[in-house]
Design a protein around this ligand. Structure first.
Ligand code: KG4
Ligand code: ZN
Length: 351
């Protein structure tokens, strides 16, 4: 029997230059170079700085991935690259590099949707996904609920304002914690009382109008107002724990509701915020209670990386999905439905 094809994936949508190599659902290499330290003093990712860092890191990261996988570039059977959504200049570096590799090696290329890759990456950890799953994608740039089936991806809901990770980062800043704030809130909250302050649960009161949408700017503002009202020596751990609880309560409640409403009993959580320990614990508790099977990749595969892009490419190869034409663009805004980016093809399986 022929071995599964080897897929090399490139990720440059934000501040991580990721190059992953996957064979079937086996991870061979996951090389990541991050420019996060260069952005820390600005309190957020600076697009131009990120783009330049991708250019510097691209070739060394490709070389490192090949060494780690014990392969040469000639062994690669297909290329996958994040075509969007993300920072335009950053995406262009990855897309241009991937096209060069595709032409140079004479192998097909898949321009893929970053959000889908955050779900499919779980195949590297827990094996091939079932025919239909609900995906909760929570990162610095996105918060979405999607349905992923063998036919493609469908958006069920998304944030109306801040992404979950963005709210974590902004609240961390209010609390004087470093950037990116999510992991700091997570750690700080471990010593706090999550019931100390009853912060608002955005959009959870209107299940009819907003069954699967999110809003996190309200809770962020509530934290700011609370801190203004308690200027002297605020209990940082309690604020962090209570804020974190408000966010993960809504995320998990809506994700489980999506499973129950659709009858789909597998929930995959991906994106940087899926590394959050309280999100993981509460999701497990609620999934068990609802009879939903929960799949969350290990934290290193939740934050941006090239392995997730390679995993998505590998699945598309396995499903026989046609590759992208070489003229596909980098798209900073990209609907969830556009799993594979190809100018001539609006969705996953249509040709
Ligand atoms: O998926 P990702 O690496 O990049 C984007 O596509 O945005 O997600 C980064 C986000 C940041 O906002 C970061 O603060 C958040 O994920 N994050 C966390 C944790 N680890 C990373 N948020 C909460 N708890 C964590 N442990
Ligand atoms: Zn991401």
């Amino acid at each position: 029997m022929r071995d599964d094809p080897i897929v090399l994936g490139i990720e440059t949508s934000c501040d991580e230059t990721g190059v992953g190599i996957v064979q079937g659902t086996t991870l061979l290499a996951d090389a990541v170079a991050s420019s996060v330290d260069e952005h820390a003093r600005f309190g957020g990712v600076v697009p131009e700085v990120a783009s330049r860092a991708h250019i510097d890191a691209m070739v060394p990261t490709i070389e490192r991935a090949c060494v780690d996988a014990g392969i040469g570039l000639r062994d690669v059977d297909a290329i996958a690259v994040t075509a969007g959504p993300g920072l335009a200049g950053a995406l262009l570096v990855g897309v241009a590099s991937a096209k060069a590799l595709s032409v140079g090696l004479g192998v097909p290329i898949y321009g893929v949707n970053h959000l889908g890759a955050h779900v499919v990456v779980d195949e590297l950890e827990h094996g091939v996904l079932p025919e239909a799953v609900i995906g909760l994608l929570v990162s610095g740039g996105h918060s979405s609920l999607v349905q992923l089936t063998t036919e493609g991806m469908h958006a069920m809901g998304a944030t109306l304002d801040d992404a979950a990770g963005e709210a974590f980062d902004k609240v961390a800043r209010l609390l004087g914690l470093p950037f990116p704030g999510g992991p700091w809130i997570d750690r700080t909250a471990a010593d706090g009382d999550r019931q100390a302050i009853d912060f608002p649960r955005g959009l959870s009161g209107d299940r009819v109008r907003y069954p699967y949408d999110f809003s996190f700017s309200g809770v962020k503002t509530a934290v700011a107002r609370w801190l203004e009202a308690h200027p002297d020596d605020p209990p940082v751990a309690d604020v962090a724990a209570s804020f974190q609880e408000a966010v993960v309560d809504v995320l998990t409640a809506k994700a489980i509701a999506a499973c129950q409403d659709t009858g789909i009993d597998v929930l995959v959580i991906g994106g940087g915020v899926a590394a959050n320990s309280r999100l993981r614990a509460l999701a497990k508790e609620r999934a068990d209670a609802a009879g939903v099977r929960l799949r969350i990749p290990r934290p290193g595969l939740c934050t941006d990386n090239g392995a997730m892009v390679a995993a998505f490419g590998s699945r598309l190869v396995r499903d026989g999905v046609p590759s992208s034409g070489l003229d596909f663009p980098a798209r900073s805004v990209l609907a969830v439905e556009r799993a594979v980016v190809d100018e001539a093809r609006p969705s996953w399986h249509s040709t």
